[in-house]
Write a protein that binds this ligand. Structure first.
Ligand code: C2E
Ligand code: CA
Ligand code: CA
Length: 753
C-alpha cells in the first residue's frame, strides 16, 4: 500500500495514474498497486515548504522521473510553517525538507526549524533552507545551531543543483538514521544489561530481549542453552509464534519432556548461530539461537546485535543458574531424588494423558532399622531403595517425599504390584550387611482438578490405612474418597480437642472413677481414672479421641489433666475420710518418649500434697514391650519414687514373657477379652488362668478387667485373681457420685486402709 501526498502534474501524473494526488493537502490517495512503469524502490520523502506555488511547480518539475541513489522522490507540499510542521510530524520517514524562510511571517520558516528539531525531535531529517537572499542574522550560527544541511538562495536552485543538494541530503539522512538506530539499539542493550544485573533469570526480560533481537534481525528466533552433556536445558521460543510440532511454552525443559529441541531445530531446517559458552555453577553452557533462515553475517556482526546477544547469553545463563538453584532445592541430598517439592513440580508439568495415579511406596520397618543401625545405615538403605524405585519409575515423575516414602506418578496401567515386589526381592545392601525390606504401597488417582499435593495427601491417607491393617507386599492400597471424610473428621476432632484443652476450667473434659474390688473380701482396693469428653451434647468415647490426641501431640496435656484431677480427687477423698487406697491413671505410650515422666509425676504429687502410694500408673502391654531398655529405666525410677505400675490390657499384645519379667511391675490387668471368654470354649478361655499363674509366680497382683457377671467374678476368685473391675460393681462415676458409691458400699467403709 502506498500513500502519496502531493500535487499531480505533467509527466508524474501520467506515470502514476492509479494514484490519486492531492491538491493543497485536501485529498489523500491510497493505492494498493504500484503505478505502471514506476520503480518498486521505496521513494525518498521530500517535503517542500513554500508559500509560493510556483516554487512547488519548479521543484516538482525538476525532480520528476529522477532517481536519487536508485530511488524516486516523493514530494510532500506545505504552504505555511504550520503545514510544514504538520507534514514533518506525519512523515517520520521524511529524508529532506526544502524550506522557504519567509512564509506567513518573515521568519516563519526559521521558527519552524526549532520545532522540528526540538519539539518533534526529528534530528535525522536534512533541512535545505531556500531564502530570497543571504540571511541577515548570521547564516553560520543558524546552520550550526539547527543542523541545517544547506543554505541556498532561491534563484540558484536549478535542476542540477537541486538534485545534488537532495542527493547529499538523503545520504546525510541515511547516515544519520543509521547512527540513530544504532545508538537506540545500544541504549536498549544498556537497558537490558541493567535489567540483567537486577534479575538475570527474569522470564519477562528474556521475552523482551528476544523481541528486541527479533526486531533487529527481522526474523523470529529461538534461543537455546545446552549443558556440556549435550542435553539442552533452556529454550525460549519466539515471542509470538510457536513452531508446529514444538511442545510446551516459551521456557521449557527438554529433559522432562523427553524432547530434543536441538535435533528438532536441525530437522526443521533452522539456521544456528552460536553465542559462545558460559560457565554456570561449574558446568559449561553453550548458548545458541536458531532462526528460520540464515541471517547475513553483517547483521550478526553489528555492534548492537553483538551487545544484545551478549545480554541474551547472560540471560540464558541466568535462567539456567536459577533453574539449578531451584533444582537443588528439589533434590534430596541423601538419595539424589526429587524432594516432595521437586516431585510436585515435576508431576505438575507431566502430562500423562491416560488415567494416572500417585503411588506411594513405604518401607515397612524402616524406622526400626534406622534407630537400631544408625542413620548412616538408614541413608544407605534409602539410597539403595531410591535407586530401585527410580528404576521402576523410569521416566515418570518420582521422588522421595517423606523420610521413608517414595512417590511415583504413572499411568495406572503401567504400575504392577509384581514389579514393585520384584525390585525389593533382593535385600538392600548396606556396608554392615544386606537388609531385607518389604515395600508397602498405597495409591490415589491423579484426579484432574486437584493439586498434586492433594493427590499425595490422599495416597498418604491410604498408606495410613495400609499400615493400620499391617499389610505389606506389592499390592497397592487404593485411596477411597470416602475415607477422606474420615481423615477430615479426625482433623476436625483434633481441633475441637485442642480447643477443649485450652478452655478455662476445661469444662467439657472431666474424669470418672471406676472402683476396683478385692475379690476375696469385696473391699475397694482402688479405682481407675477414666477421662470423659463431652463435645456439645454428646460424649466422644476415649477410644476414639485418645489415639487422635496421641497423633496430634495432645496426649501429654491429657495425662497432665488426668494426673492432676485424679490426685485432687484423692486428696478430697482423704479429707472426707473415705477408704480409697489409690487411683490408677492411664499414661499413653508417647508420654514415655517425651522426657521426664518421673519428674512431672513427682511435681504433681508435691503440688497436691499426695503420697506416692496414692498413685498407680497404667501402661499398655504394647507400650511396655516397645522399648524395653528405656522402659526398665523409667519404671525403676517411678518405683524408686514410690509410684506403682500396672500393665494394662495384658494378654492382648503377645509380648514375650522374658521381656516383661525384667520390668518392675506391681499389677497385671487381664484384658477384658479374656475375662469375657472365661468359662466358654475357645482359644482364649484358658488364658485368664495362665495370666493369674504367671502373675503370682512373678509376685504381681492380678486384676481382672471388664467383669460384668457374678459367675466371672467367682471363677476369677477361684483362679486366684486378686481384684476385679467392671460393670458388675460399677461403671466409671464422676467424683461426687463415686464418693457416694464408696460410702454406700459396706465393705469399703468397714475396711480402712
Ligand atoms: P482401658 O484402660 O482398658 O479402660 C477400661 C475401659 O473398659 C474403660 O473404657 C471402661 O469404661 C471400660 N469398662 C470397665 N468395665 C467394663 C465392663 O464391665 N464391661 C465393658 N464392656 N467395659 C468396661 P473407656 O472409659 O471407654 O476407656 C477406653 C480406653 O480409653 C481405656 O481403656 C484407655 O485405654 C483409654 N483411656 C481412658 N481414659 C484415659 C486417660 O485418662 N488417659 C489415657 N491415656 N487413656 C485413657
Ligand atoms: Ca486402663
Ligand atoms: Ca484395660
Amino acid at each position: 500500500m502506498i500513500l502519496t501526498l502531493g500535487k499531480a502534474k505533467g509527466k508524474l501524473a501520467k506515470r502514476a495514474q492509479s494514484r490519486l494526488f492531492v491538491k493543497n493537502n485536501d485529498l489523500i490517495s491510497i493505492s494498493d498497486a504500484p503505478a505502471e512503469g514506476s520503480t518498486q524502490a521505496v521513494p525518498w520523502i521530500v517535503i517542500c515548504a513554500d508559500d509560493d506555488a510556483s516554487a512547488h511547480r519548479a521543484t516538482e518539475f525538476a525532480l520528476e522521473g529522477e532517481l536519487i541513489e536508485g530511488r524516486p522522490v516523493q514530494l510532500i507540499s506545505a504552504y505555511s510553517a504550520a503545514q510544514t510542521i504538520e507534514a514533518v510530524r506525519n512523515h517520520p520517514e521524511a529524508a529532506a525538507l526544502l524550506l522557504d524562510v519567509v512564509m506567513e511571517t518573515p521568519m516563519a520558516g526559521l521558527n519552524a526549524i526549532s520545532d522540528i528539531r526540538e519539539v518533534i525531535d526529528r534530528r535525522a531529517l536534512r533541512i535545505i533552507v531556500r531564502s530570497g537572499g543571504p540571511g541577515a542574522m548570521g547564516e553560520l550560527e543558524m546552520i550550526k545551531k539547527f543542523d541545517i544541511s544547506d543554505w541556498r538562495p532561491k534563484n540558484e536552485l536549478n535542476q542540477a543543483r537541486l538534485l545534488s543538494a537532495i542527493t547529499l541530503a538523503v545520504r546525510g539522512y541515511e547516515e544519520f538514521s543509521r547512527l540513530d538506530r544504532r545508538s537506540a539499539g545500544l541504549d536498549a542493550a544498556m537497558v537490558f544489561l541493567e535489567r540483567l544485573a537486577q534479575d538475570p533469570s527474569s522470564e519477562e526480560l528474556m521475552g523482551d530481549l528476544l523481541g528486541e533481537i527479533e526486531r533487529l534481525l527481522g526474523s523470529p528466533i529461538w534461543a537455546l542453552a545446552l549443558e556440556a552433556s549435550g542435553s539442552w536445558r533452556v529454550a525460549c521460543g519466539p515471542a509470538q509464534e510457536r513452531p508446529e510440532g514444538f511442545p510446551g511454552g516459551r521456557a521449557m525443559r527438554g529433559t522432562l519432556l523427553g524432547f530434543d529441541a536441538e535435533a528438532w531445530m536441525g530437522r526443521s531446517g533452522r539456521a544456528r548461530k552460536d553465542l559462545g559458552r558460559a560457565a554456570v555453577a561449574g558446568s559449561s553452557l553453550s548458548t545458541s539461537v536458531w532462526t528460520p533462515y540464515p541471517i547475513p553475517d553483517e547483521v550478526w556482526g553489528s555492534e548492537q546485535c553483538r551487545a544484545l546477544m551478549r545480554a541474551l547469553s547472560s540471560a540464558l545463563a541466568g535462567q539456567e543458574k536459577a533453574r539449578m538453584e531451584r533444582e537443588a532445592l528439589m533434590r534430596d541430598p541423601a538419595t539424589g531424588m526429587f524432594t516432595r517439592q521437586g516431585f510436585i513440580e515435576k508431576a505438575q508439568g507431566a502430562n500423562l494423558g491416560t488415567e494416572a495415579a500417585v503411588f506411594l511406596i513405604d518401607l515397612a520397618g524402616f524406622a526400626r532399622v534406622n534407630s537400631a543401625l544408625g542413620h548412616e545405615a538408614g541413608d544407605e538403605i534409602l539410597r539403595e531403595a531410591g535407586k530401585r524405585v527410580q528404576a521402576f519409575a523410569g521416566n515418570f515423575p518420582c521422588g522421595r517425599i517423606a523420610s521413608d516414602a517414595f512417590a511415583i506418578l504413572m499411568p495406572k496401567a503401567s504400575f504392577s504390584a509384581e514389579g514393585i515386589e520384584a525390585i525389593f526381592e533382593e535385600p538392600l545392601a548396606t556396608s554392615a550387611f544386606p537388609i531385607p525390606m518389604k515395600p508397602r504401597v498405597s495409591a490415589a488417582l491423579a484426579t484432574s482438578g486437584e493439586s498434586v499435593g492433594a493427590w499425595l495427601t490422599s495416597a498418604a491417607a491410604a498408606m495410613e490405612e495400609a499400615k493400620a491393617v499391617s499389610v505389606s507386599g506389592g499390592d497397592a492400597r487404593w485411596f477411597d474418597p470416602r475415607s477422606k471424610s474420615l481423615a477430615l473428621d479426625r482433623m476436625a476432632l483434633s481441633q475441637k480437642l485442642f480447643a477443649a484443652l485450652r478452655e478455662k476450667n476445661k469444662k467439657s473434659l472431666f474424669m470418672v472413677f471406676q472402683p476396683q474390688i478385692n475379690l476375696a473380701d469385696g473391699a475397694v482396693t482402688g479405682c481407675e481414672a477414666l477421662i470423659r469428653w463431652k463435645d456439645g451434647d454428646s460424649f466422644v468415647p476415649p477410644d476414639k479421641f485418645i489415639p487422635i490426641a496421641e497423633e496430634s501431640g495432645l496426649a501429654m496435656e491429657i495425662s497432665e489433666f488426668a494426673l492432676s484431677e485424679s490426685l485432687a480427687m484423692m486428696k478430697r477423698a482423704r479429707t472426707a475420710g473415705l477408704a480409697l487406697p489409690r487411683v490408677s491413671v492411664n499414661i499413653s505410650p508417647v508420654e514415655f518418649e517425651s522426657g521426664d515422666l518421673r519428674g512431672r509425676i513427682e511435681g504433681h504429687l508435691a503440688r497436691h500434697g499426695s503420697h506416692a502410694s496414692d498413685l498407680m500408673i497404667e501402661i499398655t502391654e504394647t507400650a511396655a514391650a516397645k522399648d524395653p531398655e528405656s522402659m526398665v529405666r523409667i519404671l525403676n525410677g517411678l518405683r524408686e519414687a514410690g509410684v506403682k505400675v500396672a500393665i494394662d490390657d495384658f494378654g492382648s499384645g503377645y509380648s514375650s514373657l522374658a521381656q516383661l519379667a525384667r520390668l518392675p511391675i506391681d499389677e497385671l490387668k487381664i484384658d477384658r477379652a479374656f475375662v469375657n471368654a472365661l468359662g466358654q470354649h475357645g482359644q482364649f478361655s484358658g488364658i485368664a488362668k495362665m495370666i493369674v499363674d504367671l502373675g503370682s509366680s512373678m509376685r504381681m497382683e492380678v486384676l481382672a478387667e471388664g467383669v460384668e457377671r457374678e459367675d466371672q467374678a467367682e471363677l476369677l476368685r477361684v483362679l486366684g485373681a486378686h481384684s476385679a473391675q467392671g460393670w458388675l460393681y460399677a461403671k466409671g462415676m464422676p467424683e461426687e457420685e463415686f464418693f457416694t458409691w464408696i460410702m454406700a458400699n459396706p465393705d469399703a467403709r468397714s475396711k480402712p486402709r
